[in-house]
Design a protein around this ligand. Structure first.
Ligand code: EPU
Length: 420
């Protein structure tokens, strides 16, 4: 297992290129199963989660080729069974259910288990499939969906914690090949859902309203091949914005869509940092320690849960008391105990972290627990005194393309120790 060593205290400056979005690329790659024809997807990030998805497509019978950031998939014939051995590595594998159901009218995919950020049920995905006419059973740890006929329906998709991103994706991917009109009410509005809808429309689907709470899908008989470029990763971008705030002088992010970064930019501005944007860049100017904030995670366009841990790292050094409330995954606070090992003063009250800013963090050996928590520990390490040793960095490699190289380019003193 690799480790990352961060020697804290270096100032960051310069320019960093942001990669394609993981959370767009994964469902878009799954959507290539909807056609027999070739699909070409550009700006696909080089991440372990993407490798897992390509393995699943390969297992299902698709021909997959990858040349740097471009992936070509041709799924002339597909099987419909994705077993535990290949699905267990990544929760997002559940998003092959929708396209397989749409194309083959059946699918068996191992049911994703819980994960460290919370319970993560898929009841809303399954209710959506049922509304389209599928019979859904969970047998021996597998979800089996079967629908001799798929018929459009009005589907309310909101649960206890609001809308669901992959649930919206999954139902949309099944409904594009259903008979008649489907309306998803309470749809997720995230940019990644819009990106998937744009790709589906390039394949010949008729999807309207993506990016709003109501998506309307007119079913078509079949889809054809298409070429698409994945949007920039707004969470990778947000993470580098926080890195710049933690210890930057001036850091410029290139290849971003600033309109996707509004809530993160606003939070950083409220904390006292200067943010400047052009059409495809964002520049963050570090300005000493942040002022304290009250922050709450929400569905898009609110502040993203995927940026919560990184903000906790930043606010650990704020002047005064901050509160960070997690409304999407109420238990997503595994980073807190590790940040405390670095000297942060944080208490948890239910789903709120109360952060009393300290003057200094100190480097320590810490354990990465999930993707965003690991990123938070690297960010804290950039500002800590001494060396922070982040263990289990395979979590980071699931969602950040070469984060150590990119930070090093900006001036960080960061090393990867391989295979320890
Ligand atoms: N939920 C249900 N029932 C469902 C589905 C979701 O109750 O059937 C609940 C979840 O438990 C959670 C809330 O609804 O409380 C939102 O979950 P959502 O379904 O939107 O999450 P997801 O689609 O499984 C995606 C991202 C996550 C990101 C969330 C929220 C991908 C591959 N994953 O997950 O990304 O945190 O949306 O924005 O798109 C990450 O990248 O680190 C990551 C975890």
């Amino acid at each position: 297992m690799d480790k990352i060593l961060v020697h804290g205290g270096k100032k960051l400056s310069g320019t960093v290129n942001i990669s394609g979005s993981k959370n767009s690329a994964l469902p878009i790659l799954a959507a290539t199963l909807l056609t027999k024809e070739e699909c070409v997807i550009h700006h696909v990030p080089d991440l372990s989660d993407v490798h897992y998805m390509l393995q699943i497509l390969d297992h299902l019978g698709a021909q997959v080729e990858r040349a740097s950031g471009t992936v070509t998939v041709k799924a002339e014939k597909v099987t419909t069974d994705a077993p535990y051995e290949i699905v267990r590595k990544m929760r997002a594998s559940v998003c092959v259910l929708g396209p397989l159901l749409g194309r083959e009218r059946e699918a068996t995919v191992s049911m994703p288990g819980g994960c460290v950020i919370g319970d993560r049920p898929i009841d809303l995905h399954l209710k959506g499939f049922e509304a389209l006419g599928a019979a859904v059973r969970v047998v021996g740890g597998d979800v089996k969906v079967l629908a001799p006929q798929l018929k459009g329906a009005v589907i309310p998709m909101t649960g206890k914690f609001g809308s669901t991103v992959l649930g919206t994706d999954n139902v949309m991917m099944a409904a594009v090949l259903a008979e008649g009109t489907t309306v998803i009410d309470g749809a997720a509005e995230e940019p990644e859902v819009v990106d998937l809808a744009n790709f589906l429309n390039k394949m010949g689907a008729k999807v309207e309203g993506a990016g709003t709470r109501r998506i309307i899908i007119e079913g078509v008989k079949e889809l054809h091949g298409a070429e698409h470029e994945v949007i920039p990763d707004r969470i990778e971008a947000g993470t580098f914005m926080v890195a710049a705030a933690i210890c930057g002088t001036e850091v410029r992010l290139r290849r971003v869509q600033p309109e996707h970064l509004g809530s993160v930019a606003q939070a950083l501005e409220r904390a006292g940092f200067r943010i400047e944007t052009t059409k495809t860049t964002v520049t963050v100017t570090g300005n000493g320690d942040p002022t304290s904030l009250e922050l709450t995670t929400e569905t898009y366009p609110g502040f993203p849960t995927d940026m919560q841990a990184q903000m906790c790292a930043l606010l650990s050094r704020a002047k005064g008391i901050s509160t960070v409330t997690e409304n999407i995954f109420p238990q997503r606070f595994m980073h807190v105990s590790e940040l405390k090992r670095m000297g942060a003063n944080i208490t948890l009250e239910n789903n709120t972290a109360i952060i009393n800013g300290v003057n200094a963090l100190s480097g320590a050996p810490v354990m990465a627990s999930d993707l965003r928590a690991s990123a938070a520990l690297v960010l804290a390490g950039l500002r800590a005194e001494g060396v922070t040793e982040v263990n289990r960095v395979y979590h980071i490699d699931r969602g950040y393309e070469k984060i150590d190289d990119k930070l090093r380019q900006l001036g960080a003193n960061i090393q990867r120790l391989e295979g320890l």
